[in-house]
Design a protein around this ligand. Structure first.
Ligand code: HEC
Length: 152
């Protein structure tokens, strides 16, 4: 009489174990929601398109009309050796991060009066956020990590 009652938990445990195993194999798992990584990748791609506006004067690795952008995040404004910055940029005491870049790019002359960056900035907040995400991503890319870029 007590036999069947005792076996029951075992069968349940067995079924639970099976469920766990099939769950781990992902057999009947529902499709995962889009990972944040995928959103981020899209933002970086949009930002790369916005960056085309900057490439008239800037490149990631080399200085052009403007200083190179590898290593920008975390860098003191006006600190690339050998680049002819305006006095205003050298004296600005800004460190480039998401916040200061967003301010600068929404109105370069407002944040750094006297800057020689003769560009009106990026008026759209979303474009700026995408652009900054791209710059952050680019800063960590292989292109920016090669010794030639790191030395500059
Ligand atoms: C017309 C040319 C031109 C364009 C277009 C331009 N820049 Fe610049 N940029 C410059 C120059 C010149 C400087 C140096 C400014 C100074 O010394 O005052 C500069 C400086 C900067 C700096 C400061 C860098 C440092 O080392 O302190 C940042 C950040 C920057 N630009 C970002 C951008 C971004 C992002 C874009 C595109 C949205 C852009 N610029 C478009 C010419 C340009």
């Amino acid at each position: 009489m007590s036999g069947p009652r005792r076996r029951r938990p075992h069968r349940l445990a067995g079924a639970l174990a099976l469920l766990l195993v099939s769950g781990m194999a992902g057999a009947a798992a529902p499709a995962p929601a889009p990972a944040p990584a995928a959103d981020q990748q899209q933002q970086v791609q949009r930002g790369e398109q916005v960056y085309a506006r900057c490439q008239a004067c800037h490149a990631l690795v080399q200085d052009r009309v403007g200083p190179h952008h590898c290593g920008l995040l975390g860098r003191r404004a006006g600190s690339v050796p050998g680049f002819a910055y305006s006095q205003a940029m050298k004296d600005s005491r800004i460190t480039w991060d998401e916040k200061t870049l967003n301010q600068f790019l929404s109105g370069p002359l407002k944040l750094v009066p006297g800057t020689s960056m003769t560009y009106d900035g990026v008026p759209d907040a979303k474009d700026r956020a995408d652009l900054i995400a791209y710059l952050r991503h680019a800063n960590e890319s292989a292109q920016c990590r090669q010794p030639a870029a790191a030395q500059k």
